[in-house]
Design a protein around this ligand. Structure first.
Ligand code: PMP
Length: 440
């Protein structure tokens, strides 16, 4: 039996030499001429990499869908030096309320930095109730949950109140990041047409009759991306439909404060005597997106459920951010800051409208906004928008093409008046018109 074992262990010389050659070709071994063959220094990392899990498989199978390529590119190029950001939905850095924020930061007393209670820092929720009463929305602090930006409220709704396969009715076009959240949670989106006053109620009614009632997501005030405001009579009619169909509604009111000359009609939530509206708001557009402070208001049972999920998923929003937001409201800075912010946005909007008249009137149409950040520019001809996006990038212009808000859109661009400076807007809009003309 010893002989048999020896035979079984007998290895052919050429097999060994083949193995050595293979290890050399993979860089595990290196041959140093007459000095012999040595194990390479990085052998261990090479061996470790061959035993890695199959990350590709994991990357592909995750529940949350990746962003569209264009959006990934926008997220990346926003931070490239010298880029003129014609689509960014953020207040430009020169309008940031540095003095108020420094004042708050230097007077903050930190007794602790522990977790807050499940619905968030109570004095902040009280301050938000007081702030919302300006919009005729009367709430108790128990009906308000602090979230890390209002986008998070949509995630919580998706996983807390809906099932995969539920239908969410959305405006066509609509805010792209909301759409992704619903889609990744497995919701079916049903697009409802819009006209110049917002959602088309006949189309909504028709689709509700066919698809049953799940939830409606709407941005009635300074809609993203079109800037449209739903008029008062349409808001009343929409509330009637909502009651008739017992349809829960998410009202996204991110731009509520930002009117230029005349306040928009009061939010749907202020007319909500049936408890149908889940109302989301945020400090991202009227103060700071980096603070990550938003809120959702609704009936106590819904808010408690969403707060319970928030505790399980992130233990509440940053205590420091909540404290800053409380001081921001409590010291009256919010009200004061809006006055200057709105007047700057109003004059930037005037500038952009003038620039559009000069450089775009023969090639595009647009609506004059009365507030918010956006102008939806529709070209008179369909062009390859991705190609335009890439061409603009070569000239250091970053634009938000319409197809990221509406999957069939091939001739619109969302311009933002908020981020680029006056001189950037002057150069950028002229240059963009030159680039577009090459497609005509
Ligand atoms: N809703 C709308 C309509 C928005 O435009 C935005 C920001 N672009 C958000 C929600 C998200 O804001 P937040 O930073 O509060 O998550």
């Amino acid at each position: 039996s010893e002989r048999k074992l020896a035979e079984a262990m007998e290895v052919n010389r050429s097999t060994i030499s083949n193995v050595l050659d293979e290890l050399k070709s993979e860089g595990v071994l290196i041959s140093r001429g007459s000095k012999g063959t040595f194990v390479a220094n990085n052998t261990w990392s090479i061996l470790a990499s061959t035993s890695q899990p199959n990350w590709k498989k994991y990357l592909d199978q995750g529940i949350h869908k990746p962003n569209q390529t264009t959006i990934q590119m926008i997220n990346k190029y926003e931070f490239e030096d010298g880029m003129i950001r014609l689509g960014t939905g953020e207040i430009s850095t020169d309008l940031f309320p540095t003095e108020y924020v420094n004042e708050i930061m230097s007077n903050i007393t930190l007794n602790s930095l522990n977790y807050e209670e499940p619905l968030g820092y109570k004095p902040l929720r009280e301050a938000i109730c007081k702030y919302l009463s300006k919009f005729d929305i009367e709430l108790k602090p128990e009906q308000v949950l602090i979230v890390s930006g209002s986008l998070q409220a949509l995630s919580l709704i998706s996983i807390g109140l809906l099932q995969p396969g539920s239908t969410v009715f959305v405006e066509k076009p609509s805010y792209l990041k909301s759409l992704h959240i619903f889609q990744s949670a497995g919701m079916k989106l049903k697009e409802i047409l819009m006209d110049e006053d917002g959602i088309d109620l006949n189309d909504l009614r028709k689709k509700l009759n066919k698809s049953g009632t799940n939830m409606l997501y709407t941005i009635p005030t300074f809609h993203n991306p079109t800037g449209i405001v739903m008029n008062e009579s349409k808001r009343k009619q929409l509330m009637e439909i909502i009651k008739e169909f017992q349809l829960p509604v998410i009202e996204d009111d991110a731009y509520a404060d930002l009117w230029f000359s005349k306040a928009p009609p009061k939010p749907l939530k202020s007319m909500d005597d049936s408890g149908s509206v889940l109302y989301t708001g945020t400090l991202s557009k009227s103060f700071s997106p980096g603070l990550r402070i938003g809120w959702i208001a609704g009936s106590e049972s819904v808010i408690e459920r969403l707060g319970d999920i928030k505790m399980q998923t992130d233990y509440g929003s940053s205590s420091i951010s909540q404290l800053i937001a409380f001081e921001w409201f409590d010291k009256g800075y919010h009200e004061r800051y809006q006055i200057g912010l709105k007047s700057s946005l109003k004059s930037k909007c005037k500038l952009v409208l003038e620039l559009l008249s000069t450089h775009f009137s023969d090639i595009a149409k647009w609506q004059k906004p009365n507030g918010g950040f956006y102008i939806w520019v529709t070209l008179k001809k369909d062009i390859n928008m991705f190609k335009l996006f890439e061409d603009a990038l070569k000239s250091k212009l970053l634009i938000n093409p319409g197809y990221i808000y509406d999957f069939n859109e091939n001739n619109s661009i969302r311009l933002s008046i908020a981020y680029a400076t006056g001189s950037e807007l002057e150069y950028g809009i002229r240059k963009l018109s030159e680039i577009i003309r090459k497609y005509y």
